[in-house]
Design a protein around this ligand. Structure first.
Ligand code: GUN
Length: 295
């Protein structure tokens, strides 16, 4: 029998912890943490993510600001708005929801964010700090995955771990975090050019699927007793849900779950933990910033 890793439940527990910290800050006369989000255009998934992030902020007592712009804005316009947020003393952390329209460079946008306000942990300074094990803001999804693993007391030391997918925001950073001292997993990162993905996955104690291909990880790829973390969130049309969409993971959950020791569902696994990581990064920004004026 497998254990379902309930990200929604863990995220709720962490949100309560954060809400208590916010109360503590308030009662000591500190300002309320403030997370801002920039959303460009009206991509359906991005709209949902950002709406959920705003909801999370309200739940824990953060102030939140959503800045929405049309698809047609120029890169210079967006960079100017980011500069304003960098300079706004009231804003502790902010994110720019990705993807951006193709005429805007994601790299230039990410590099223009003040690393001290980089709630997503995407800035090269924060990525660099993570690489060498210095404290900083960790990329939200990898941070959430590591926290889930810790809270379920899943052993990683000496375990073989495969990460499927090499994106800058999930696959590559989570491979680094899991290989660091303290986590101590032996990590293999596989991607679209890897020749023997199936064999590598079959031999792994821990499987992190982050490639965005529904049902990619099948029953015969998973060894008995494996830990499976599904990061896939592909939007698929559905006539069952109210929204007309459902989220599909990268793992064939129904068939794979019975073979596992632990597995995350989609939705309700990694997703809620990503959102909570943003809150944690914002709280860290508040606590480590002595410049923050009292309200
Ligand atoms: N798009 C998909 N995931 C993310 C995320 O974690 N942060 C941002 N900013 N955009 C995303």
């Amino acid at each position: 029998m497998y254990t379902l890793i309930d990200g929604k439940k863990v995220a709720s527990e962490i949100k309560l912890e954060i809400a208590r910290e916010v109360q503590g800050l308030k009662s000591s006369g500190h300002k309320v943490p403030h997370l801002a989000a920039i959303l460009v255009g009206n991509d359906g998934s991005s709209e949902t993510y950002v709406a959920n992030k705003v909801k999370d902020c309200h739940e824990v007592g953060f102030k939140s600001t959503l800045l929405r712009y049309d698809n047609t804005i120029s890169e210079a316009f967006l960079l100017a708005r980011i500069k304003e947020l960098n300079e706004d003393k009231d804003v502790d952390g902010f994110i720019v929801q990705l993807p951006l329209p193709s005429h805007i460079s994601e790299y230039r946008v990410i590099e223009s964010i003040d690393p001290a306000k980089d709630a997503d942990g995407f800035h090269p300074v924060n990525i660099g700090r993570m690489m060498i094990g210095l404290p900083g803001y960790l990329p939200a999804t990898p941070f959430g995955i590591v926290e889930l693993i810790k809270r379920y007391n899943i052993q990683t030391s000496g375990k073989s771990c495969v990460v499927i997918g090499r994106s800058n925001i999930v696959g590559r950073p989570v491979s680094i975090l899991l290989s660091q001292k303290g986590m101590d997993a032996t990590v293999t990162l596989v991607h679209s050019r890897t020749k023997n993905i199936k064999e590598i996955v079959q031999a792994s104690d821990i499987i992190i699927a982050a490639l965005g291909s529904p049902g990619f990880v099948t029953e015969e790829m998973v060894k008995a007793g494996a830990v499976v973390i599904d990061v896939g969130t592909t939007r698929i049309e559905s006539n069952v849900t109210k929204s007309g969409f459902r989220l599909a993971g990268d793992v064939d959950f129904e068939r794979v779950a019975p073979k596992c020791a632990y597995i995350t569902p989609v939705p309700g696994g990694v997703g809620p933990m990503t959102r909570v990581s943003l809150l944690r990064n914002t709280l860290m920004a508040v606590l480590s910033n002595p410049e923050v004026p009292n309200q």
